[in-house]
Design a binder for this molecule. Structure first.
Ligand code: MRU
Length: 347
């Protein structure tokens, strides 16, 4: 990608403002953890791995802000800031994953001076970013194996470099397949209400020169019935221990269609999106966002004033609808309840 999704310049976190893409290239400067919290909640930065990386810098910014306090107060304030950050968006587990990883660094350095803790938190946030870049590469390598030459792929929402700190997850596979000369084509769901497909995925695909066609979400059934889709690739915000997957609203519908028409349906995500503490999808909290996202497009009201709105940002795809979960450690196949924890080396 031509523009960096997030970059830390030593003092502030610079985020490409995804609310304004593709029309306006503008950067949001997060100087404090509260700015980071705002950026995540308002979706200046979005996409599970990118949210996690941004939050890691948020934890560092909080620690830097409290660096002059006495040790006890430093720890108490940092813990409170982390709790605030964790509440910015509830569904993507990468948010709490990154915060917990940062806090475990703090715990490991308990006896050391605050200044050393703060320093190493910055290093840890940078490490999360570096690792995400490598994770995305490994995902693309594994995922490219399931893409046949000439395949037409349907994708939903945005899972590209805008949604990660690296080259993307599902979209990273698409980029890898294109770059390896497979002559693929892509259908991009516009992804209402916030149009991440139309605004962000279409933007990334066009920049990379990948042949792509934008559709409204309801076209998918027709394309599948006409045998025009060979593969569906989507991301994940949280994967339960049994493989049930929370992802952008509309993913579940796609998975049902894919099953109906015999189209392979794959979830693509780093292992940090897997939450073994959640046994199945019914335990995943689904974020509900504001009515305005549905009643307005680009600031313009499209629905009558006073209409009731239901706006869940994610849905759950049952594990039975998923042919495989592509991670940086390889592709997980059913039986997920066994194979997910085996891959993670859990008990
Ligand atoms: O609401 P968003 O834009 O943060 O939702 C993003 C998605 O649902 C993505 O598919 C998911 O986070 C995976 S990003 C690699």
């Amino acid at each position: 990608m031509k523009y960096e999704t997030l970059a830390f310049d030593g003092e502030v976190l610079r985020l490409l403002d995804q609310r304004k893409l593709p029309g306006t290239i503008e950067f949001f400067t997060a100087k404090t953890y509260k700015d980071v919290e705002y950026a995540i909640a308002e979706m200046v930065v979005r996409g599970a791995p990118a949210i996690g990386a941004a939050a890691a810098f948020g934890v560092y910014l909080a620690a830097a802000e409290y660096a002059d306090l006495a040790k006890g107060e430093f720890h108490a304030k940092l813990a409170a800031a982390c709790q605030e950050l964790a509440g910015a968006r509830p569904t993507a587990v990468n948010l709490t994953w990154a915060i917990e990883r940062m806090l475990s660094k703090v715990t490991a350095m308990e006896g050391e001076p605050v200044s050393s803790i703060v320093e190493s938190l910055l290093e840890e946030a940078k490490t999360i970013v570096r690792e995400d870049v490598e994770i995305n590469k490994a995902i693309a390598r594994h995922g490219n194996e399931i893409v046949a030459p000439g395949a037409t792929i349907l994708t939903h929402c945005n899972t590209g470099s805008l949604a990660t700190a690296g080259g993307g997850t599902a979209l990273g596979i698409i980029m890898a397949a294109h770059n390896s000369g497979k002559n693929i084509e892509v259908y991009v769901d516009e992804t209402r209400p916030l149009l991440q497909g139309a605004r962000l995925t279409a933007f990334e695909l066009m920049q990379a020169g990948v042949p792509a066609t934008l559709i409204v979400d309801s076209v998918a059934a027709t394309l599948m019935r006409e045998d025009k889709i060979d593969l569906v690739l989507v991301g994940a915000d949280r994967i339960a221990a049994n493989g049930d997957t929370a992802n952008k609203i509309g993913t579940y519908m796609l998975s049902e269609l894919a099953g109906r028409f015999g189209v392979p349906f794959y979830v693509v995500a780093p292992t940090s999106s897997i939450d073994l503490s959640v046994p199945d999808g019914s335990h995943i909290v689904i974020e509900e966002r504001s009515a305005r996202e549905v009643t307005h497009i680009g600031g313009l009201r499209i629905a009558p004033e006073g209409i009731k709105v239901y706006n869940p940002a994610f849905d759950i795809t049952p594990h039975g609808n998923i042919n495989g979960i592509v991670t940086e450690k390889g592709i997980i196949r059913p039986h997920y309840a066994r194979n997910v924890s085996e891959l993670l080396g859990a008990e």
